[in-house]
Design a protein around this ligand. Structure first.
Ligand code: DGP
Length: 113
């Protein structure tokens, strides 16, 4: 989608550090990491947030979750990791393209908020 930051990253118009890509999914390192490993997994199809997942196919959505698992293995997150998707203003979603944060590489806080 025109004017979407993450669509521009997928298209290579904005540089990113890619860690994984398949037919449906792109993953790259967060520009502002909040843990030693902080990766964003996004569908290649523009979907604004969790609130719009009906616009994606089951295959496209499942590919994101399968990618999370593959990336966790690739990044050797053997001791665990957290997967977060912020949706809307209350969750402080800042980029309106569905994304899953993978956070790991250290002991994370025991509270989510
Ligand atoms: P959220 O706040 O959940 O919408 O997360 C958006 C994330 O996107 C945030 O952690 C920072 C990251 N981000 C924003 N702009 C860029 C960018 O240009 N490149 C990369 N690699 N990450 C970005």
């Amino acid at each position: 989608m025109k004017d979407c930051l993450f669509c521009k990253i997928i298209a290579g118009e904005i540089p990113s550090t890619k860690v994984y890509e398949d037919a449906y999914t792109y993953a790259f390192r967060d520009i502002n990491p909040q843990a030693p490993t902080h990766i964003l997994v996004i569908p290649k199809k523009h979907v604004a947030s969790m609130d719009a997942v009906e616009e994606a196919t089951d295959t496209e959505l499942a590919a994101c979750l399968r990618a999370v698992r593959l990336i966790a293995k690739q990044e050797k997150l053997k001791n665990g990791y957290r997967v977060v998707s912020n949706c809307g203003p209350d969750a402080c979603q800042s980029v309106p393209h569905l994304h899953f944060h993978i956070l790991g590489g250290q002991q994370l806080a025991d509270r989510m908020v």
